[in-house]
Design a protein around this ligand. Sequence first.
Ligand code: DQA
Length: 156
Amino acid sequence: MTMAPAHRVLLLVNGPNLNRLGQRDPNVYGSTNLETIEATVRTTVSAAGGTLKSFQSNHEGALIDFLQTEGPASTGIIINPGAFGHYSYALRDCLADLGKPCVEVHISNVHQREAFRHQLVLSPVVTGQVVGLGADGYEVAAQWFANRFMREDAGQ
Ligand code: DQA
């Protein structure tokens, strides 16, 4: 008897100023807006049999509230914490508490930029990071989850 594949819910979380993608500093962040990124990721997640819940906020507490509410029942998280990635120990504690597979995305290569962007405080609590691949980084993260789902369903 074959088991039905598990239903997965992925969270796509974007932090401050990422609502401005497409308009904000296109030389650094490209011309793709957040709506398009969400639609692309949703397509990949749906094709892998999952559901995407997307959330953007400019407020640290709102991001944490969302993660605390939706995180426990989720399968995993794709997060671009924006500048919070450089200093939010609160977000780090929240992700550590959830203990879910998590991919941190940064559109720009933060290591080539100002020194304050070189520190990524979520590093020890995320599964992996995609940095500097532009908006495609979100798709890379989504594909990683899709591959993982496929292997799990194949019992590998
Ligand atoms: C960013 C990099 C951060 O340093 C910056 O504060 C952002 C966007 C990125 O996606 O490249 O808001 O997270």
